[in-house]
Design a binder for this molecule. Structure first.
Ligand code: HEM
Length: 124
């Protein structure tokens, strides 16, 4: 079992949902990021929520609905350079700051997001 799979047991579904809501408030407020996302952010928020629920060890609904995540491939349609990665990560870190998280969980989640965000870079 990968360590991220313990996060769901630690914080539960409501906090993961809340994290996604805060994240999308940050997206809404960030011009560079906002341009990439669809007009209606609610379905996008739900996709991220179901994905994180699954990655963090909760129900596997994301894959039932969307199939294999293939995250990097799904992100190829946007030009993601180091700057854009920073916008995304900053939005996620701000969202995390708005949750009350135990330091261990926070470290684990941060490590996960940094790793995956680096992996999404597809442009110099
Ligand atoms: C590094 C910078 C990143 C940028 C600029 C970016 C941007 C986007 C955009 C514009 C979408 C489309 C929104 C939608 O309609 O669903 C999207 C989808 C998504 N992103 Fe990212 N993203 C980044 C990193 C990440 C990371 C680190 C994760 C996971 C930890 C992630 C997870 C997802 C998921 C699960 C979806 C929905 C995929 C689907 O089912 O279609 N993204 N992203």
């Amino acid at each position: 079992m990968n360590p991220f799979q313990s996060i769901y047991d630690e914080i539960g579904e409501d906090k993961i949902r809340q994290l996604c809501a805060y994240f999308y408030q940050e997206v809404q407020a960030n011009e560079a990021l906002r341009k990439l996302y669809p007009k209606d952010l609610q379905p996008a928020e739900n996709r991220l929520f179901l994905f994180l629920l699954q990655v963090f060890g909760g129900p596997q609904t994301y894959s039932e609905l969307r199939g294999h995540p293939r995250l990097r491939m799904r992100h190829l349609e946007w030009k993601i350079d180091g700057k854009m990665r920073n916008h995304w990560l900053n939005a996620m870190l701000s969202a995390m700051d708005q949750l009350q998280l135990e330091p261990e969980v926070r470290e684990l989640m941060m490590g996960y997001f940094i790793k995956v965000a680096n992996h999404m870079i597809n442009h110099e």
